[in-house]
Structures are given as structure tokens and as C-alpha cells.
Design a protein around this ligand. Structure first.
Ligand SMILES: [Zn+2]
Length: 218
């Protein structure tokens, strides 16, 4: 995982958005290989191991290659994906979830933004590519992603809402045709296999705090 990505990571716990405190144990230049991450709010602990940040216990799966469905990604498919993502350059990362991570290597020749591979299985990422393993939602802060492509295995409403929240204003979300479109997103194009939508409202890190207000009054 790239050190720059630390700024984007948040505790996935259901409390107000919180950065994670990192203790780096092993690094190779900008790449973090082993580190401990801790949430100062709820005390949850996470680990970077072999360069992968684990927010879910996917380590046993990641060690066994056949566990992940891999679809061959032709260069035509990658070109199409690059067009749907709508980002050529950005200092913010482009997220590739599940089987979309298979596009990583070829996509790098069309999209110079850093890549964040999410639940990507055992593929060895190229230079500057980060990998994280997550459960039902993305552990990312608001407006930390340039664009993201989510595969069918991850296209739940909770996951897509967390993806929409992490996108910058105008950022594109690519998802399967039958996936629910998160609130605050406008569909730009849709075909039989997928849709692409853009964020039209600025997400707030304080949403969950506001939702809690009635409890505090009561
Ligand atoms: Zn926490």
C-alpha cells in the first residue's frame, strides 16, 4: 500500500469519520509493507501485511489464488473501462473493485492516476498501486477517490453508498446494470451490462453525527 493512501483511510466502524493512527514496521520507499493501524475513536485495530491493508479477514483467501473469479480483460474492455471512469490524470486514486482489478496493468497506460485495488485477490500490483481488503463498506474518507468501478460481487447498496461518499464531486462510479444507484448520483450512461453515474452533491463526513443528534437530546 502506498504511504499517500494513509490520508484517505478511515475507520470502517459506525461512528463519526476518524483517521487511523499508523505505526509503520516495514516500508520500501513510499510502499508500506507491514504496519499497524488503529482507530483512536473505537480502538479497532487493522494491519498492513505484505503490502495489503486488511479491513476484513481476507488473508486466508488472498493466499489461495483460485478463490477469486478472474475474467480475462481484453485491451478493448480496458479502453471502455477507462472511458467510463472518465479520469486520465488525478492525484486522487481510481478504485478497482473485485474482478475490475484485472484491468490494473493495462489501465495504467491510459490512466495515470494512482490505482487502489480493492478485494483484488492475489494479483501482484504494479509500482504505485495500493491494495486493500474490505468487508461490506469502504474504509475511505469523503472525497478521496477520483473514480471507482465496482463488480457484481460487491454491488450491494451499502458498498455502493460508501463508494459514492468517497468520490470527489463529479467523480464517476461504474457498477453492474442491476445495482442500485446511490442517492446523490446522476446516471450518465447505461447499457445491458452496467451504468456509470457521477456525484452531484458533496458528501459530508458529519452525516452520521447529525443522525445521532436526536439520541443526545433524548
Ligand atoms: Zn473506529
Amino acid at each position: 500500500m502506498q504511504r499517500d493512501l494513509l490520508d484517505a483511510l478511515r475507520c470502517p466502524g459506525t461512528h463519526e469519520e476518524s483517521w487511523l493512527v499508523a505505526m509503520v514496521l516495514e516500508a520500501n520507499g513510499p510502499t508500506l509493507l507491514v504496519a499497524e493501524l488503529a482507530c483512536p475513536v473505537c480502538g479497532a485495530a487493522f494491519r498492513i501485511d505484505d503490502g495489503v491493508a486488511y479491513f476484513a479477514d481476507l488473508a486466508p483467501i488472498a493466499r489461495h489464488p483460485p478463490a477469486w473469479p478472474t475474467e480475462p480483460y481484453t485491451s478493448d474492455m480496458v479502453l471502455r473501462l477507462a472511458a467510463l471512469l472518465g479520469v486520465a490524470e488525478s492525484r486522487f486514486p481510481v478504485g478497482l473493485v473485485g474482478h475490475h482489478a484485472a484491468a490494473s496493468g493495462v489501465l495504467a497506460s491510459f490512466v495515470s492516476a494512482p490505482q487502489l485495488l480493492i478485494n483484488s485477490g492475489p494479483a501482484i500490483p504494479g509500482p504505485g498501486v495500493s491494495r486493500i481488503a474490505v468487508a461490506e463498506r469502504l474504509p475511505l474518507g469523503v472525497e478521496t477517490l477520483a473514480a471507482i468501478a465496482v463488480d457484481a460481487a460487491h454491488a450491494t447498496s451499502l458498498f455502493l453508498e460508501s463508494a459514492a461518499r468517497a468520490l470527489r464531486l463529479g467523480g464517476h462510479l461504474v457498477a453492474p446494470a442491476d445495482a442500485p444507484v446511490p442517492a446523490g448520483m446522476r446516471v450518465l450512461a447505461r447499457d445491458a451490462t452496467e451504468w456509470v453515474a457521477e456525484t452531484t452533491t458533496r458528501a459530508s463526513g458529519l452525516v452520521e453525527l447529525r443522525r445521532r443528534a436526536p439520541d443526545a437530546i433524548g
